[in-house]
Design a protein around this ligand. Structure first.
Ligand SMILES: Cc1ncc(COP(=O)(O)O)c(C=O)c1O
Length: 434
């Protein structure tokens, strides 16, 4: 990094003595001597330990939808936590949050809270298994549903390990994931209609759930091919499978009602976290009443912190603002300008690029022509992307350096900030050699 970085390096050395890699999540480690440490964040900006200021397009990997340390949300949280942080008892505020979730998310008739996206998908899978009396789960290569063992397969492994395209092999994402779970997971390439139908013809009646992100939010924001999510819906109905839409990244971000509203889709269950609380920790899973009401009637679910007051109050405040103001519409307009601007810059430079995702969370794959799944995405110019992003970071614009991770936008990204970002991108595309 050609920016002041000494304090970051010192913190990393201190941190590495007490934390593996010096971080509390593998995704936050960028490498020795180049991993930044944060000192504060406000609005669309964050400052690292050396005082370098960045326009933040990582936004904690999606939760920040209004802006860091939003004054209105924080005021409500501060007011509410004066009345106690945690009780093993349900509060009126909590009920109001659940009412908002049910009102905003089209297919959700009942929901339960959790603390993280990982928990939400874990709970949803158990409920789906209980409801169907089956155990196998289908997930798509390159999709990520949190750190629970059931779906941490064929997510980050080198795609060469995934076996043939028509006959994929599930690959655990690292050691420690029980081999026995291999029996329960089926991994398929995203967007392939024929392979999904063929798999269901032979195994459909053993499958409890198909879990899918609406777009590949953890692999270049690859969009669903027209009709693919609808095919999942149709086949789930045909085979009695629970369709779980993982909206941890898209929920309360691409539309108030997430991808269900965006695509007019009707999954059986959906999972949420991230933007639900503008950074306060909360998650939810929900779905059709006939499925959800099994919880507590022979299906276990709970969690000490599921109704933690900061999370509940943060969600109450955030969802209220999303309901009352055209926040996501504004983010979409600004994000579209940024997407179009970046595409134009690459086109002027004669560099082929595929833009993917939604204006509120988008990615671009360089040197690619058509991308439908993780395998085709893997051929894009990832090393060049990394060098471009490093140059942007040195100039104060910080998307994640990992090309799988989308650029996230929030309401605090003003028109001026978008224009400044495009100026930086113009410069780095001109100066960084492909
Ligand atoms: C689609 C999806 N599902 C689940 C998760 C897990 O969420 P959490 O990190 O809150 O456990 C993530 C996290 O990035 C995600 O993107």
């Amino acid at each position: 990094m050609h920016i002041p970085f000494e304090k970051n390096r010192q913190l990393q050395r201190r941190a590495q003595a007490v934390m593996p890699l010096g971080v509390n999540s593998n995704f936050r480690f960028w490498g020795d001597d180049i991993t930044p440490y944060v000192s504060k964040a406000k609005g669309a900006y964050l400052w690292d330990a050396d005082g370098n200021r960045f326009i933040d397009y990582r936004l904690a990997f999606g939760p920040i939808i209004l802006g860091h340390a939003d004054d209105e949300v924080d005021a409500i949280v501060k007011r509410e936590i004066d009345n106690g942080l945690l009780c093993a008892m349900t509060s009126e505020l909590e009920i109001a949050v659940m009412e908002k979730i049910v009102a905003m998310c089209p297919g959700v008739e009942m929901a339960r809270l959790a603390c993280s996206g990982t928990e939400a998908t874990m709970h949803a899978l158990r409920v789906a298994r209980a409801y169907t009396g089956r155990e196998k789960v289908i997930k798509f290569e390159g999709m990520y549903h949190g750190f629970q063992d059931y779906t941490l397969w064929s997510t980050y492994a080198p795609v060469e390990a995934y076996g043939s395209y028509r006959n994929p092999i599930p690959v655990p994402s690292g050691s420690g994931i029980p081999r026995a779970l291999n029996e329960l997971i089926i991994t398929l390439p995203f967007n392939n209609f024929e392979i999904l139908e063929k798999t269901l013809r032979s195994l459909g009646h053993q499958v409890a759930a198909i879990i899918a992100e609406p777009c590949m939010g953890n692999c270049g924001a690859i969009l669903p091919a027209p009709g693919f999510l609808e095919l999942i819906r149709q086949k789930c109905t045909e085979y009695g499978i629970v369709f779980i839409l993982d909206e941890v990244k898209t929920g309360f971000r691409i539309a108030n009602g997430g991808a269900q509203e965006y695509y007019n889709l009707d999954p059986d269950m959906a999972t949420y976290a991230k933007a639900i609380g503008n950074g306060y920790p909360l998650a939810a899973f929900g779905g059709k009443r006939v499925i959800m009401e099994n919880i507590g009637r022979g299906v276990s679910q709970g969690g000490t912190y599921n109704n933690n007051k900061p999370g509940v109050a943060g969600a109450y405040a955030t969802l209220t603002l999303l309901q009352e103001r055209p926040i996501l519409k504004t983010i979409t307009e600004r994000g579209q300008r940024l997407m179009d601007g970046i595409q134009q810059l690459f086109s002027e430079a004669g560099i082929p690029v595929v833009m993917n995702g939604y204006p509120a969370m988008f990615s671009f794959a360089i040197g690619a022509e058509k991308i439908t799944d993780q395998r085709s995405w893997d051929n894009s110019e990832k090393e060049y992307y990394l060098r471009l992003i490093e140059a942007a970071i040195e100039r104060g614009v910080m998307p994640d350096h990992d090309p799988r991770e989308p650029w996230f936008l929030c309401y605090a990204h003003t028109d001026e900030i978008i224009a400044e970002t495009l100026n930086v991108m113009r410069e780095v595309i001109r100066t960084v050699k492909r």
